[in-house]
Design a protein. Structure first.
Length: 209
């Protein structure tokens, strides 16, 4: 039985980098390289850059907005700010150029396509520390979380998930019914959700309830 190969598009700042990476990967049986015109059919886009400067970040945001492909970045220099920007742009795999062997790229691309984050252990530790500082210093004082929800919004959604109606939720949280309705309307509007049921599903997927 034939194994489904991963369709990969390579995007680089210069043709030498693109051709060099393509030369490493084109003989790998796990992968199938596709051209820019076939981008819509790519399982993953491999972006090769020296650093995640504003131009590269803009490209990543454009890719995130227009494609459903998994995003993997090969980069020479990566500081904490750039790493956070990459994650915000939907990047699920990061590889240092110095470690970008064919085997490593195949492993990272495979993990990314499966929906698994593939980040070097030391970078992951730095990212988690950075997220912790952000939550503690910026989000917590504002009653916010990484999900984009305020604590009172989470409280309301938990009660909705338990089957309580607006009146019961208002009584339990000491809010007016109007406040409860406004909270639900704000959540569905801000996160572009269809209704309160969709909002509950969103909160469950975020692991909030």
């Amino acid at each position: 039985m034939s194994v489904q190969r991963i369709a990969v598009r390579i995007q680089a700042e210069d043709p030498i980098s693109r051709l060099g990476v393509a030369a490493q990967l084109q003989t790998r049986p796990e992968l199938r390289l596709v051209e820019a015109g076939e981008a819509d059919h790519a399982d993953a886009v491999l972006v090769v850059a020296d650093s995640l400067d504003q131009g590269v970040v803009a490209q990543l945001r454009d890719l995130q907005r227009t494609l459903t492909s998994a995003l993997v970045v090969v980069v020479s220099a990566l500081d904490d700010a750039a790493m956070a920007a990459a994650v915000e742009c939907g990047v699920v795999g990061l590889v240092r150029r110095s470690e970008a062997t064919a085997d490593q790229l195949v492993r990272t691309l495979g993990a990314a396509v499966r929906g698994e984050a593939a980040i070097p252990a030391d970078l992951l530790g730095r990212l988690l520390q950075q997220m912790s500082r952000l939550q503690r210093q910026i989000l917590d004082p504002r009653g916010r979380s990484f999900s984009g929800l305020h604590q009172r919004e989470i409280d309301v959604l938990k009660l909705v998930a338990e089957g309580h109606d607006t009146r019961e939720i208002a009584a339990r949280l000491a809010y007016s019914e109007r406040t409860v309705k406004n909270v639900l309307q704000d959540v569905t509007s801000r996160l572009q959700l269809r209704n309160r049921t969709h909002a509950v599903v969103y909160a469950m997927r975020q692991g909030l309830i």
